[in-house]
Design a protein around this ligand. Structure first.
Ligand SMILES: Nc1ncnc2c1ncn2[C@@H]1O[C@H](COP(=O)(O)OP(=O)(O)O)[C@@H](O)[C@H]1O
Ligand SMILES: [Mg+2]
Length: 262
């Protein structure tokens, strides 16, 4: 049976940035955003740059708070007026960022990077345990044990993204957030990583949210698509609805553009 794992109810988010010494600029990143995600669902959030996609992921990961509305993650309700993010959720959610160069600690070896979330969220591990765990996870993402003792700079962009995925699944999270995980890679590597993600999400049955500006990638990986524009939800539909019967002109435009350029 499906059950709701994440819901956004009329969420708005405004960033405040300084302008000069006294001035302040407000940027409205999200306006009245509502959606629901069921446990085990594979969701893609699509939209052009600046449409608020990463902001949604940061809110779910507890990195940013909301200004209006409320969200629910599992049984936890987080409201704008009481924005405290429950610690219990944090270990259940992992995020993979777009840029694998800056997201991996350059001073740690790969086996340490992969096992770090377990140590942060669960318990201290002995060195042999870390290696054991990292070996298993590397295999899952298609890398052999030669990588265990390397540093991030000794790997390619695609390998680094595999390592970031291994790290993200190390705590067996309930939710995995993927913020344009293939956008910095060449098209061939992009396809490899995408196929890897499809396999892993299928095997582990984790709820996933994949953020991309490319609707073709979204249609490849997700069963539900949320289309965003300028901080608002334009349309939500199943993969088939969006592909065969998009309702909004903006969605049709995204489809036309992506199909021309891919
Ligand atoms: N930390 C921040 N401070 C100020 N403005 C931000 C910050 N993060 C994002 N924004 C702004 O919020 C809007 C939405 O950004 P973002 O969620 O990153 O969009 P996307 O991921 O779709 O490109 C953009 O206008 C962006 O410039
Ligand atoms: Mg973004």
């Amino acid at each position: 049976m499906m059950s709701m794992i994440i819901s956004f109810n009329n969420v708005s988010k405004t960033y405040k940035t300084r302008k000069g010494l006294t001035g302040e600029i407000k940027i409205r990143a999200l306006s009245n955003v509502s959606f629901e995600i069921e446990r085990g669902e594979k969701v893609a959030i699509v939209g052009e740059s600046g449409s608020g996609k990463s902001t949604i992921l940061k809110i779910i990961a507890g990195i940013e708070s909301i200004n209006e509305g409320s969200i629910k993650i599992g049984e936890f309700l987080i409201e704008a007026k009481n924005p405290k993010f429950p610690e219990e959720i944090k270990g259940k959610i992992q995020i993979v960022f777009q840029d694998p160069f800056s997201s991996l600690n350059p001073r740690l070896k790969i086996y340490q990077i992969i096992s770090e979330p377990i140590e942060v969220r669960e318990r201290k591990l002995k060195k042999e345990e870390k290696i054991e765990k990292a070996k298993y996870l590397l295999k899952l993402v298609g890398l052999n044990e030669d990588y265990l003792y390397r540093y991030p700079y000794q790997t390619s962009g695609g390998e680094r993204q595999r390592i970031a995925i291994a790290r993200a699944i190390s705590t067996e999270p309930e939710i995995i957030l993927l913020d344009e995980p293939t956008s910095s890679l060449d098209v061939f590597t992009q396809a490899h990583i995408l196929n890897l993600l499809i396999d892993i999400l299928e095997e582990l049955k984790i709820t996933s949210i994949f953020v991309t500006h490319n609707i073709v990638l979204a249609l490849k990986i997700a069963d539900k698509i949320i289309v965003m524009k300028e901080g608002r939800v334009v349309e939500i539909g199943s993969r088939d609805e969006i592909l065969e019967n998009p309702k909004e002109e903006y969605t049709k435009r995204l489809l036309r553009c992506s199909l021309i350029y891919s």
